[in-house]
Write a protein that binds this ligand. Structure first.
Ligand SMILES: [Fe+2]
Ligand SMILES: [Fe+2]
Length: 337
């Protein structure tokens, strides 16, 4: 798709000058013109957003400085330039210093000088837009963070044995992914998937989750639906965020003995294989309604014994190194029982 043309508004009370501006720039840009300040404000509101606004200084009624100050207030992302005669130099300098103008040009202005200034102004507008995008992205990231931790808390609130589990699994998954050279994007997707991986347990009756003693076979069948339910809850996230797939596969095992689909080997997402190890290690270290914590050594022995059969070998090796050599600890705030 071709880049949309930049929208530029020229304001001058001399219609001949506006005509020559239109001739000079209409091919490369989308050019609008206005013969007065109020007309310019009307166009800015109706046909915006504009990349650049170029105004004459001396105009009857609202002058250029008044117009550009108003535009700065209403449309701060539009880069503003003032065309002015030498006699108005001091006024123009004041306007620049007040921050309402990016640049002023002396009148009459040679076409090359105007072209050059306009290109600078468009570059400046590009910078403003990227800063705005970064700001928005940061805001969305904070929003996403709040939603993820809210949902994480929601599912954990129903099951006291799950408290802090997803945060701990996220921390260990992230440490493993970093050791296994996942890209920053892959790490972020895995972290969010881990924070929400047991979200499907919202559909499991609370009685099953809190009851001491081993569940009956049919009850366990209900619990085993949670990866699929989690997938259903999150499947509409964008394809760039395969969070739902990782959640669906976090109980799959390398040899096909896992659930819900009995996937094996390369059919399992590599992030799900990493999370499976983190999940098992934390689950074994945590108290359960039917048993006390088994401790980290028992958890590490379990993944070591089943490395290459149930669990991905590289992930197991990275996990053993993290705990045994690098002193990895689960985050304190996500306390274990
Ligand atoms: Fe799970
Ligand atoms: Fe889990």
């Amino acid at each position: 798709m071709p880049e949309p043309k930049a929208r530029i508004l020229f304001v001058d009370d001399d219609p001949n000058l506006l005509l020559s501006m239109r001739r000079q720039f209409a091919k490369a840009h989308e050019v609008f013109t206005a013969q007065s300040g109020p007309e310019a404000l009307d166009i800015l509101g109706k046909d915006g957003p504009f990349s650049v606004l170029v105004s004459d200084l001396k105009m009857p009624g609202m002058d250029g400085i008044q117009l550009l100050s108003k535009a700065a207030e209403l449309y701060p992302d539009t880069v503003r330039m003032l065309l002015t005669g030498y006699a108005d130099f001091h006024n123009a300098v004041d306007a620049v210093n007040q921050g309402s103008i990016y640049r002023f040009l002396s009148k009459p202005c040679l076409p090359e000088a105007l072209d050059h200034a306009l290109n600078d102004a468009l570059r400046q507008h590009g910078l403003i837009e990227s800063q705005r995008e970064i700001y928005l992205l940061k805001r969305f990231k904070r929003l996403l963070e709040g939603i993820v931790s809210g949902f994480s808390t929601l599912v954990e609130a129903r099951d006291p044995y799950l408290a802090g589990h997803q945060t701990r699994v996220a921390a260990l998954s992230l440490a493993l992914a970093s050791a296994l050279d996942f890209s920053p994007d892959e790490q972020e997707v895995l972290r969010i998937a881990a924070m929400l991986h047991d979200i499907g347990k919202v559909y499991v009756p609370a009685d099953f989750l809190n009851r001491p003693g081993i569940l009956r076979k049919e009850e366990f069948e209900v619990v085993k639906m949670h990866p699929e339910v989690g997938y259903d809850i999150l499947k509409n996230l964008s394809e760039e965020w395969p969070v739902a797939t990782i959640i669906r596969q976090h109980h799959e095992r390398l040899d096909g003995s896992g659930y819900p689909h009995g996937l094996a080997g390369a059919d399992i997402d590599k992030a799900a294989l990493v999370m499976a190890v983190a999940d098992v290690v934390d689950a074994m270290c945590s108290h359960r309604p039917y048993r006390p914590s088994l401790g980290i050594e028992a958890a590490l022995a379990e993944i070591e014994k089943n490395s290459g059969t149930l669990y991905d070998e590289r992930t197991v090796a990275a996990c053993l190194a993290l705990f045994r050599e690098q002193g990895f600890q689960f985050p304190q705030e996500a306390a274990q029982f």
